[in-house]
Design a protein around this ligand. Sequence first.
Ligand SMILES: CC(=O)N[C@H]1[C@@H](OP(=O)(O)OP(=O)(O)OC[C@H]2O[C@@H](n3ccc(=O)[nH]c3=O)[C@H](O)[C@@H]2O)O[C@H](CO)[C@@H](O)[C@@H]1O[C@H](C)C(=O)N[C@@H](C)C(=O)N[C@H](CCC(=O)O)C(=O)O
Ligand SMILES: Nc1ncnc2c1ncn2[C@@H]1O[C@H](COP(=O)(O)OP(=O)(O)OP(=O)(O)O)[C@@H](O)[C@H]1O
Length: 498
Amino acid sequence: MRLSQIIELLGNNVLQVVNPGNIDPEFEHVESDSRILKENDLFICIKGQAFDSHLIARELQKKGAAALIAETAIEDEEILIPIVYVKSSRLAEALLTMEECNHPYRKLTTIGVTGTNGKTTITTLIYHVLSIFERKASLIGTVRNVVGENVYTNPKNTTPGPFELARLLQLSTKLKSEYFVMEVSSHSLSMNRVEGMRFDVGIITNVTRDHLDFHSSFEDYYRAKMHLFSLLKSNGIAVVNGDKINIADIHISRNRIITYGFGDESDYRIEDLDISRTGMDFTIHTPFGSSQRVYTRLIGEHNAYNVAAAIAVLNSLNYDMDHILKAISSFGGVPGRFEFVEEATKYGFDVVIDFAHTPDALEKLLRTARRLSPGRLILVFGAGGSADKGKRPLMSEVSSRFSDVVILTSDDPKNDDPLEILQDLESGIDKFKPYLVIPDRKEAISVALTLANRQDMVLIAGRGHEDFQILKDRKVPFNDKQVVKDILETKFRRHIKK
Ligand SMILES: CC(=O)N[C@H]1[C@@H](OP(=O)(O)OP(=O)(O)OC[C@H]2O[C@@H](n3ccc(=O)[nH]c3=O)[C@H](O)[C@@H]2O)O[C@H](CO)[C@@H](O)[C@@H]1O[C@H](C)C(=O)N[C@@H](C)C(=O)N[C@H](CCC(=O)O)C(=O)O
Ligand SMILES: Nc1ncnc2c1ncn2[C@@H]1O[C@H](COP(=O)(O)OP(=O)(O)OP(=O)(O)O)[C@@H](O)[C@H]1O
């Protein structure tokens, strides 16, 4: 692609072009990482959180960059290559990488899920059903990225950056995938990561308090999520939790919006939810007048929403309800989401691992647990560091309200002082209810298990499937489920033998 074509493609994102030699170079490739820049690349300068590549313009020129895209002034007389100034470098990055890859999303049915909670569950469930139907699909999200036989676990981001996204889309088309099912985080929407692609289906689950370290306000966070619907293909549809989201906020015609929920107005309406320890069932009424009983191994009202969302999407893609419901019934869930540690049952109590790390998710977890457990609820949780501090006391407040014993502990402290995080958490706790503060997570889990009597339920929240803890810049192995199993195996087995 030539520089003149790039300028045309970027349209009104372009502010100014500085081209001392008045040249129109042709580029081999668009790059935004100086470490892998090659001669004749067009380089996009980005001011990131850790690094600002505008500051290394000379090095970029020396390495062979044929032109630069920039959003802040590069005042260096030695820079002789053209510079295209734009309003947003990240937007330019998204548009140009997708152009370079020839818009692979056009050959795929793309399904994007946004919302504070439920993204991984819904994407994984849709992927599962499509796999049962023997349809080739890719899955992109927090837990893993799967494209054909390639599985990338613990990806850096829930939603990849533009280069990786374009590469995953391209690989999907190369491997003849039909579907591309992905989580779309609010960070990615704000940072224009997905701006280069378009979706056949956009799903929104809910928007509740989270990430207010990154977003300037709740309204800003909400707006970021809603932006997904600006990225629909011309005939794309929105699948919306009608109980949680005001459809007036989605600016597409009503006949392209499908709602799900318990509310009477829902297109896919949930009724008569019956929850047990092994799964749940409910009736789903469809907009085509049919009503069927759904069985799922997922547990909790929040998961009834997630299952209804998946049904609405798949049925809208013209899959038959009987087949959808059969495939859903065989879905075993996502690791670390309301996952029982079966080894605990022989000791007479339950242990559940869950990824809840927002006030709303904790409430949903505890309400579900209360429905299932005749005994006490003993909750172990902490809060992540370097993230939304304001949600910490709100999480404790919910925890005090819905559980019987709370043990505050460490999550992923990252660069924050673990004791300061605990103080923030403690400030929201109800001091008239039993609670403990045990900074060491393993010890906290051990104490919770020791406190558990017959029929109690121990809930270990916040880390879910994750198998590490981030302490400053150290990543140490830590998996809640494994830790529970180890404690039961050592401490409890010995105890029983005596
Ligand atoms: C704060 C943040 O969101 N950072 C994201 C951002 O990184 P960045 O661009 O700011 O990175 P940077 O290191 O400052 O570099 C800036 C630029 O300089 C370039 N560079 C850098 C070094 C160098 O030597 N040369 C060079 O050219 C880089 O290639 C980049 O273009 O853009 C990257 C690519 O898109 C992301 O991977 C990265 O996510 C970091 C890892 C992150 O942790 N993000 C979290 C907050 C996040 O996005 N989370 C959400 C999910 C949250 C949830 O739902 O719970 C997600 O979607 O993952
Ligand atoms: N529909 C829902 N409404 C509220 N809470 C939910 C819902 N679905 C899941 N949760 C809660 O959120 C936790 C994470 O679920 P899931 O991984 O599906 O969400 P996510 O949106 O992908 O989360 P994250 O963005 O943090 O990765 C679950 O363990 C559960 O506690």
